[in-house]
Design a protein around this ligand. Structure first.
Ligand SMILES: [Zn+2]
Ligand SMILES: [Zn+2]
Length: 258
């Protein structure tokens, strides 16, 4: 499986910058997890192949360019963009984003070829198929309804925590999988901001370290994501001090293969 964290910003020469402001992972050039930077960072070719997007929760950094992505493709879509999310998240997207005020209700609109956007409700805790992938969505502990994901292509398995603080079901499900190749887990704030991390339900390097004790698998790649750009260097320093040899910070724009 090839996984890329799409960059949010580019320098003056068009190269991805390391800061991650928006969340969007691209799997095998066809399935996206979250859509923060989807409309900003895809190549022209990828725009033509990405039609399935899993939305873990409706926070702006995870959906920022979802309406723009559909808007950009509107006249050319020959099949709808499918937004896969829990019923709760779909209801929030309809109420707060695609509500005719912030954006048109694309789920009710058609172009010359048919519908342009379709919601696909996903179950929690039960495997489902999506393109060539098998996915399990598990509720995690964030301030709005949010799911973590375990994604497998039949050869490799990658777990995505999404935004979360201390949680249980996600780890139970991850530990039940015989082999997990990689875990992408959030580390939003430095240790000095523990209080803010707790109220906004995110991890710091210290709370992440405690949380990782729940993980039974050894030796898998652990990639820290969702580092607040203003504290990126400090968080990286604090993650390094944990001395976990398989823990690294995920680099936007780089393709990881498992
Ligand atoms: Zn969030
Ligand atoms: Zn977020």
């Amino acid at each position: 499986m090839r996984v890329q964290l799409l960059p949010s910003t580019f320098d003056g020469h068009g190269h991805a910058t390391l800061e991650q402001r928006l969340t969007c992972y691209l799997i095998d050039d066809c399935v996206a997890i979250d859509a923060g930077s989807l409309a900003i960072a895809l190549t022209a070719e990828q725009r033509g192949t990405v039609r399935d997007i899993i939305v873990t929760h409706p926070h702006m950094d995870h959906i920022a360019s979802l309406p723009i992505f559909i808007d950009d493709l509107y006249p050319t879509l020959r099949e709808p963009v499918r937004v896969h999310a829990t019923a709760e998240v779909i209801a929030l997207l309809e109420r707060d984003v695609f509500n005719w005020n912030v954006y048109p209700r694309f789920s009710e609109l058609k172009n010359d070829f048919g519908p342009v956007m379709e919601y696909v409700p996903i179950p929690e805790g039960k495997e489902f198929k999506l393109a060539h992938l098998t996915v399990i969505a598990l509720p995690v502990n964030h301030i709005v309804p949010t799911v973590g994901l375990i994604v497998s292509d039949g050869k490799s398995t990658v777990a995505f925590s999404s935004d979360t603080a201390e949680t249980e079901e996600f780890w139970e499900a991850v530990n039940r999988i015989p082999h997990v190749d990689a875990l992408l887990i959030e580390a939003s704030f430095p240790n000095s901001m523990t209080q803010l991390a707790e109220v906004s339900r995110h991890f710091t390097p210290a709370s992440l370290n405690r949380e990782l004790k729940k993980l039974d698998h050894n030796g898998l790649d652990i990639l820290a994501v969702h580092l607040k750009p203003a504290y990126r260097e400090l968080i990286i320093e604090q993650l390094g001090a944990l001395n976990l040899p398989n823990l690294n910070v995920m680099e936007p724009g780089k393709t990881y293969s498992w």
